[in-house]
Design a protein. Structure first.
Length: 152
């Protein structure tokens, strides 16, 4: 606001105390207070979220035999996109592998070392600066049954 003849610095007339409006104020859309607070809270949450979120990701291969919907195995990514694991869950003589790619383009695979026995195999190829970005799980049949590549 500017002061003019008969107005103080707050844009109020000295005579009747009426507020003098700036004509440009009418063209500025106003958000309701609750909506503005919600928007600011959401933006603040996004701004402080880490680059690689800490959720775990899982992929599984099913229908691995003539018996139908039996889970052959599964694999996934944990520990803020740094650890990969592979678990063979069906004793059919075929192995199970989880393959991955990192942000830099490197990658590899890890096989479940003990077959369908209890326990899984894992390794930590990712880092905070170079996290695992995509992965897939594969049953190592002669024609390799794999999931689609998934975001980690």
């Amino acid at each position: 606001m500017t002061s003019g003849p008969g107005l103080n610095r707050a844009g109020v007339s000295g005579v009747d105390g009426t507020h003098i409006r700036d004509p440009q104020e009418d063209n500025v859309p106003k958000l309701p207070t609750l909506a503005a607070a919600t928007l600011l809270a959401a933006v603040g949450t996004i701004a402080i979220a880490p680059a690689a979120s800490a959720h775990d990701a899982l992929a599984q291969v099913v229908d691995c035999s003539y018996q139908g919907a039996i889970r052959c195995g599964y694999g996934g990514i944990t520990n803020s996109h740094t650890r990969v694991y592979s678990c063979d869950t069906f004793g059919d003589g075929y192995g199970f592998r989880t393959e991955w790619r990192t942000r830099s383009g490197g990658g590899g695979g890890i096989d479940d070392a003990n077959g369908s026995s209890s326990g899984c195999s894992s390794k930590t190829p990712g880092t905070a600066a170079n996290p695992i970005t995509i992965f897939r799980a594969c049953q190592k049949t002669p024609n390799w049954e794999c999931t689609n590549w998934m975001n980690a």
